[in-house]
Design a protein around this ligand. Structure first.
Ligand SMILES: NC(=O)c1ccc[n+]([C@@H]2O[C@H](COP(=O)([O-])OP(=O)(O)OC[C@H]3O[C@@H](n4cnc5c(N)ncnc54)[C@H](O)[C@@H]3O)[C@@H](O)[C@H]2O)c1
Length: 344
């Protein structure tokens, strides 16, 4: 497979790139290297094989067009490039819109105008469902529960874009889906829950599992916004890659589809429960509590039934095993990670 990966130096992108290279494929990494850790990820990837890197800002249509034109024989385009933090989107909604909404339109238009039809896999988010404030929530000792949604939230749940990030990602999500309907492009939208794993430079604004573990290992305090009982379903990166590649292989079947993608009901964790796992492993950071963030869902668990049914996919790596693997990577690379964070 020949793949163009926008955001290919980020956490998700670099892991996809590595897998495609391992399987004998060809990878073009397109990224502006704005994310902390992206340079370190790119250097690591380059040691794995023949990677072509193009520095690009997806806000600029001409730069995107050039890449798509030169690599018009690509079988797949993975679009992971984004402004990824809700907090930063509130501080700078224009930039957030330009990267997430306009940047995505630039990719869609470049493909349409080039008159090619690769599989286009887009990383959307569960944030398109908003804060889900009207749902009944039960508060237990360490977690919130949604009693009316034991299987999680399906793709049919009403959209409710909340926060500029929710709006820009949701806008892109709808454009990607609609380009399949209106122009016949081979697009798939993956509405992702929390994805975690090695090469994730988690910060307070995004990537909470890695952020908690990094703080714990670096002996830095953690601030929890809200009670810490918020629950998410977690999906280990390797399982997401399996799904993304299955989408490409089965593009005729799944073009135009939207999938909720996460660890599902079997792989959930609250913030307090992650702290408990960390404590079992001898990691006990100082924890402060602050006000809940706007639009922060009390519980989000993806109903992954559609992906299971259409693609015969399910997560293989449990939360316990996945957290172990991430911790192992962080421990092995702590000095370099500390250096990377100190540079920003
Ligand atoms: N990680 C998660 O848990 C999660 C959950 C839901 C959705 N997502 C989505 O998945 C995608 C990838 O997330 P990630 O965790 O790998 O984030 P990441 O920040 O590690 O990767 C994003 C990459 O995009 C690049 N980038 C940012 N702005 C750019 C621009 N203007 N032009 C070109 N490149 C640019 C960054 O340098 C970075 O390498 C994003 O679209 C994100 O919204 C992630």
């Amino acid at each position: 497979m020949k793949a163009i990966i926008f955001g290919g130096a980020g956490f998700i992108g670099v892991n996809f790139a590595k897998r495609i290279l391992e399987e004998g494929g060809e990878v073009i990494v397109a990224d502006d290297l704005s994310r902390v850790g992206s340079r370190m990820n790119l250097k690591w990837l380059r040691d794995k094989g023949n990677v072509r890197f193009i520095q690009v800002d997806i806000r600029h249509a001409s730069q995107v067009k050039e890449i798509i034109h030169v690599h018009r024989d690509a079988d797949a385009v993975f679009h992971f490039a984004a402004q990824v933090a809700v907090t930063l989107s509130i501080q700078n909604p224009r930039k957030d819109f330009e990267v997430n909404a306009l940047g995505t339109l630039n990719i869609l238009e470049a493909i349409r105008e080039e008159k090619i039809n690769p599989a286009l896999i887009y990383s959307s988010t569960n944030k398109v469902y908003g804060g889900m404030e009207k749902l009944k929530v039960v508060e237990e000792e360490k977690r919130y529960v949604l009693p009316d949604y034991p299987q999680g939230i399906s793709e049919d749940f009403p959209l409710d874009f909340h926060s500029p990030y929710g709006c820009s990602k949701g806008c892109a999500d709808q454009y990607v889906r609609d380009y399949a309907r209106i122009y016949g492009l081979n697009t798939v939208v993956l509405r992702q829950s929390c994805i975690y794993g090695p090469r994730q430079f988690g910060i307070e604004d995004q990537g909470w599992v890695a952020h908690f573990l990094i703080c714990g290992l670096m002996k830095k305090p953690i601030t929890i916004y809200g009670t810490g009982k918020q629950v998410r379903d977690l999906l280990y990166i390797d399982d997401l890659i399996d799904l993304g590649l299955k989408c490409v292989e089965n593009i005729e079947k799944v073009k135009g589809e939207i999938f909720n993608v996460g660890g599902g009901e079997e792989n959930t964790l609250s913030l307090l429960e992650l702290l408990d796992i960390m404590e079992e492993k001898g990691i006990k950071p100082e924890v402060k509590f602050s006000q809940a963030r706007p639009g922060d869902q009390k519980v989000f668990i993806a109903d992954i039934g559609k992906a299971k049914k259409l693609l015969d996919w399910k997560p293989k790596i449990s939360v316990r095993v996945g957290v172990e693997k991430l911790l192992e990577w962080l421990r092995d690379n702590l000095a370099e990670i500390e250096f990377t964070f100190s540079e920003k």
